[in-house]
Design a protein around this ligand. Structure first.
Ligand code: AP5
Length: 235
């Protein structure tokens, strides 16, 4: 299916705990609207893989399931959002994750995209994917992904056609290093303590939308598309 590039969806922020489906839904938004996914988790993992100075600094923090310090995030995110492929919009997956990051993002968008903001084109649509915590551990421990194309599978709910093999690339699926039970508990604790206030930050500003993340992947996608097309129509 060709991407619908007629919709300038602008910035979209997906919020939700680990395993809520942010990555899964980001990919679907990318395919439908032809905008990039900006996943701070993926960007950080790539830095770790390449052994960059940033990667060396964050490797142990990520392995423990803690959040990377705010000040290490900003240059990386700013550099990514300034690229030309973000002009029609982008999906922020995993950022902002603290109230300080949310305030930084607002200031950054004001500063760098003031004209667009005036025309209402640049204000992020913030979507919280709400899920029941009881199912998250199973979702995350069941996750497998393709190291080549990044497709996300789940051994319980979305298995590949052939066990451990990407349907598209034929490559062997991998499990993320931080998807071990003891690390997942730490990641969930970090969400509760540091990221939940971000939900409140956007709710206070009247910019928060919620979808039911316990529905099937297809149903969650439909809720998100409805929101995006409703919100940006008339701009
Ligand atoms: P990051 O990579 O962002 O991980 P996360 O937020 O923990 O989120 P996940 O990728 O685990 O979950 P997801 O919501 O994307 O779920 P998915 O779609 O894969 O961050 C990793 C680390 O990087 C952090 O711990 C931190 O150290 C660091 N970091 C990143 N950003 C940072 C920031 N801004 N500041 C500081 N540090 C930062 O789905 C999960 C599984 O469920 C899959 O198997 C999928 O198939 C399945 N699934 C999805 N939807 C459904 C559904 N509706 N029904 C059934 N199954 C489903």
């Amino acid at each position: 299916m060709a991407a619908d590039t007629a919709h300038n969806i602008g910035p979209v922020i997906l919020l939700g705990p680990p395993g809520a489906g942010k990555g899964t839904q980001s990919r679907r938004i990318v395919e439908r609207y032809g905008v990039p996914q900006v996943s701070t988790g993926d960007l950080l993992r790539e830095n770790v893989r390449q052994g960059t100075p940033l990667g060396i600094q964050v490797k142990d923090v990520m392995a423990r399931g803690e959040l990377v310090p705010d000040e290490l995030m900003y240059d990386m995110v700013a550099e990514r959002l300034r690229r030309t492929d973000c002009e029609r919009g982008y999906v922020l997956d995993g950022f902002p994750r603290t109230s300080a990051q949310a305030a930084w993002l607002d200031a950054f968008l004001q500063r760098e995209f003031f004209e667009k903001l005036q025309r209402g084109k640049c204000l992020p649509i913030v979507i919280r994917i709400g899920v029941d915590y009881n199912g998250l551990l199973r979702r995350i421990t069941g996750r497998r992904s393709c190291p080549v194309c990044g497709r996300i599978y789940n051994v319980y709910s979305q298995p590949p056609r052939v066990a451990d093999t990407c349907d598209v690339e034929g490559s062997k699926l991998v499990t993320r290093d931080d998807d071990r039970e003891e690390v997942i508990r730490e990641r969930l604790a970090a969400y509760e303590l540091q990221t939940k206030p971000v939900v409140e930050y956007y709710a206070h500003k009247g910019r928060l939308h919620c979808v039911d993340g316990d529905a099937s992947v297809e149903q969650v996608t439909k809720q998100i598309w409805r929101l995006l097309e409703g919100e940006r129509s008339g701009e």
